[in-house]
Design a binder for this molecule. Structure first.
Ligand code: AGP
Length: 615
């Protein structure tokens, strides 16, 4: 969620950086800061303030300064509360290295202890500051800035995008993209270079850009950029001319919005999770719940509603609320709920899930719930949308704008938000202890990286999709928490590739669907290491016994199922409750590649609208 900008050129850096940070304001932030490096030898000047960019501007007092190189940042707190001190940039003890960062240094506690033992003094509570101190040590050992960052990179666990400057290298900066914590776009101007976390801040300068890939580093100064990989190999990055056409511009390096949005999920998850709580110490904010928060401890039952993909997210939310808060929960399709005179009242909490917040059936169902006196919370990705105005409280997802009609990043972000809401309910009701909350926040902290690792296997999904692209029908099977994920996988497949697909609870197989199975009717089974794994093994065998083929989604290291199935896609092992989020990634990619291979209009599938505002 953090915004990153850097500039090296001939103009005064401060106004350039402030303008670029404003272009990134839509990402949301709680503090902002800049560091500029004066070529006349005056050294680093760092200014940072909690709150809006206007606070930073006031602190800078309208001065443009002499410096023509600098970096700027907007922060969403993950480690340490929003404050001037925790705002980026962060500087090393001797003031030599300065860093801005997007992502989480998962092993920051160990690194911090090691650095403190070695004599470093920390000025903030952030994980980011460890990077500045690590860089200082490398620079003291004689490394140049790029080599210093290259050697620090493998020490950082998790996904990061980061930018650094050093006093000893005026006029230059380095950046690295490690995993999928967010992009680094490099813009080529005329004797000036700019970099930023996304195109919005680069395009006002130049249409000539390059995108840093995972595990790549860049060093830039006003005359250009050079690139290496983390293992030190120099690389050439293709420059791309971004057309003025704003839609193509927004697609960036991707052919379709859907693929872009699928790839953005680590960042969308991380932004959502850390806008709702912190890791160290484990705290939940849930600020937009307002007064509804006080009633989480007393509601008697929960009813979750939504449509399409959001309904599948709601189904997972139901499981989370039961498992983490111990409250009876049900899910209903909003278009059914609104007409069935549901038996609800003041003791019921109705949770509506709608990324747009404008879906007509959801809004009408909410009106029914309001008329019956139920408490309402909505999960929404759109600030100020209608659902947020009707509900008593909101849990916002921070997935950013989703343009593909097929919902992807909003699905996983909604599921993560429901998980955090369930934690909040569990805590409020005494079902969860503080230690358990910490444990769950640790699990959530590792989730974006697990999703990023899964995304790296996109080429495997592209290959596997070849086998499905000519199928007339596909069956998606899952049990337990994998059932809603199977439903979602089938919905994705049918809406963008137009292949008929059905998601079933695997236990239902023998009650009808198995009659369909033959050599032309493939099955995709979510067979991860969940509690019901043994049962899904028998479902796979039953499909195969009828001549059907099975692609299994399996947990890394599960050779047994991989060998049993006709083919397999592996996902990293994560705690069971979070497994459906990770298992959904290959399903999204399979449907995307099948649709592309069939020549379908991925972003605007026939007959569908992104937001359904009419019945
Ligand atoms: C999902 O890919 C669909 N486009 C659709 O099912 C969507 O999730 C549904 O219309 C609900 O939209 P909402 O989240 O904006 O309410």
């Amino acid at each position: 969620m953090c915004g990153i900008v850097g500039y090296a050129g001939a103009r005064p850096a401060i106004p350039v950086l402030l303008g670029a940070l404003k272009d990134l304001e839509y990402r949301g932030y709680d503090s902002a800061g800049i560091a500029v490096l004066d070529p006349t030898g005056a050294g680093l000047r760092i200014t940072k303030r909690q709150g809006k960019i206007v606070n930073l501007e006031t602190a800078l007092d309208g001065t443009a300064g002499q410096a023509t190189t600098g970096i700027g940042h907007t922060r969403w707190a993950t480690h340490g509360k929003p404050s001037d001190q925790n705002a980026h940039p962060h500087v090393s003890c001797n003031g030599e290295a300065v860093v801005i960062h997007n992502g989480i240094v998962e092993n920051y506690a160990e690194l911090r202890a090691e650095l403190v033992a070695a004599g470093h003094t920390f000025r903030s509570e952030t994980d980011t500051e460890t990077i500045a101190h690590l860089l200082e040590d490398r620079l003291k050992d004689g490394d140049g800035l790029l080599e210093a960052l290259r050697r620090v990179a493998p020490r950082l666990e998790g996904s990061q995008a980061l930018v650094a400057m050093a006093e000893s290298e005026p006029g230059a900066m380095v950046a690295a993209r490690l995993g999928n914590a967010g992009g680094v776009v490099i813009g080529y101007g005329n004797q000036e270079m700019i970099l930023a976390s996304d195109l919005a801040a680069v395009l006002p300068f130049t249409q000539e850009v390059a995108f840093l890939a995972d595990q790549q580093l860049v060093r830039l100064d006003r005359s250009g950029a050079s690139f290496i990989t983390v293992d030190g190999t120099p690389v050439e990055l293709p420059r791309k001319r971004i057309p003025i056409d704003p839609v193509s511009a927004l697609k960036g390096e991707y052919q379709h919005f859907m693929l872009k949005e699928v790839m953005e999920q680590p960042e969308a998850l991380s932004d959502t999770i850390w806008s709702l709580g912190t890791l160290d110490p484990a705290e939940l904010y849930l600020d937009d719940l307002g007064d509804a928060r006080d009633q989480l401890a007393t509601v008697e039952r929960v009813m979750l509603i939504g449509m399409g993909t959001s309904l599948h997210a709601a189904m997972l939310g139901q499981r989370y609320i039961e498992a983490l808060a111990g409250v009876p929960a049900e899910t209903d399709n909003a278009s059914e709920f609104r007409y069935r005179d549901p038996v609800i009242g003041p003791g019921t909490l109705v949770i509506s899930v709608s990324q747009s917040g404008e879906t007509v059936d959801v809004l009408e169902a909410m009106n029914v719930a309001r008329a019956k006196g139920a408490l309402q919370i909505t999960i929404c990705n759109t600030e100020g949308a209608q659902t947020t105005r009707v509900a008593d409280g909101t849990v916002y997802t921070r997935a950013g704008l989703e343009r593909g009609v097929a919902s992807t990043k909003c699905f996983t972000a909604s599921v993560a938000a429901l998980y955090v809401l369930a934690l909040g309910m569990g805590l409020a009701r005494g079902k969860l202890s503080r230690e358990e909350l910490q444990h769950h926040m640790n699990d959530l902290a590792r989730l974006p990286e697990a999703v990023a690792r899964t995304l790296r296997d996109a080429p495997v999904c592209e290959r596997e999709a070849q086998r499905f692209k000519t199928a007339g029908h596909i069956l998606f099977l899952g049990r337990g928490l994998a059932f809603p994920a199977a439903m979602e996988g089938a919905l994705k497949m049918k809406e963008i590739s137009y292949i008929h697909a059905e998601g079933y609870a695997a236990g239902e197989m023998k009650h009808g669907p198995i009659a369909l199975i033959d050599a032309d009717f493939p099955t995709i089974a979510i067979a991860t290491r969940h509690a019901l794994r043994a049962k899904i093994v028998s479902n796979i065998e039953q499909v195969q016994a009828r001549g059907g083929t099975v692609l299994a989604i399996v947990t890394e290291g599960d050779g047994q199922i991989a060998a049993l199935a006709d083919s397999a896609i592996t996902i990293p092992e994560v705690p069971e409750l979070l497994e459906p989020i990770v298992a959904s990634i290959p399903l999204q990619l399979l449907s995307y590649y099948a649709a592309v291979q069939r020549g379908c209009d991925v972003d605007q599938p026939r007959n569908l609208a992104k937001t359904v505002t009419v019945e």
